[in-house]
Design a protein around this ligand. Sequence first.
Ligand code: ADP
Length: 237
Amino acid sequence: ETMRRDFVANVSHEIRTPLTVLSGFVETMQSLPLEEADRTRYLGLMAQQAQRMQTLVSDLLTLSRLEGSPAPGAGEWIAARELLEHVLQEARGLSAVIAEPPHDIAADADEEIWISGAKTELLSAMSNLMSNAVRYTPPGRKISAGWTHREDGSAEFHVRDTGPGIAAEHIPRLTERFYRVDRSRSRETGGTGLGLAIVKHVVQRHGGQLDVTSELGKGSTFMLVLPASRVRARSRR
Ligand code: ADP
């Protein structure tokens, strides 16, 4: 009950901020005659706030869909490399927009692995981890990602960044909804505080887990681990 109350309070707070800004601009535009340049600037800022609310609502819907539906079956086999290529491309695109110079984003593993699960969910989890790496790592620095087959037959998707790192006491709380280590950085880069909650749900539904290792000042590694039952690999093992 407490969690439910906190959640509703958090959601309301997250929505109220952009809504206040947006209605502020609406009022200004209603009461003042504006120069064309100001008008354009205000509309841009209004669009930004509306976009922020849209992203938030879309993440909330994703979470509630994940909670309300049965775990995906083991029917569809997907080439891990295809998913990797997809999220690498996407991350390079994001980096080109928000970082100058853009990050050096590369694959650091090339094993032939197939995984079974819900493709859109897995892509969304991988892409959340990549976008965090891009958003929290200073421009120009290195980010690498890849799928590897582990000794025990499980498979791991990892994203290594060279960003600020995360202090140990925050790590267990990262997947809580709206938990942020650095509130201003998260906002600045369009974060909703829900990304890792979504990732955790997706992995758990697939019978896996999310692991995080990090060193302050050096960077972080996020690992999405899928159980052996969902993995096929052509490899030395
Ligand atoms: P957000 O939308 O705020 O990024 P997330 O749930 O994706 O929300 O992440 C929660 C918090 O974890 C972030 O606000 C940030 O403080 C921290 N975090 C996530 N990924 C990284 C990373 N790669 N490097 C440093 N901090 C990170």
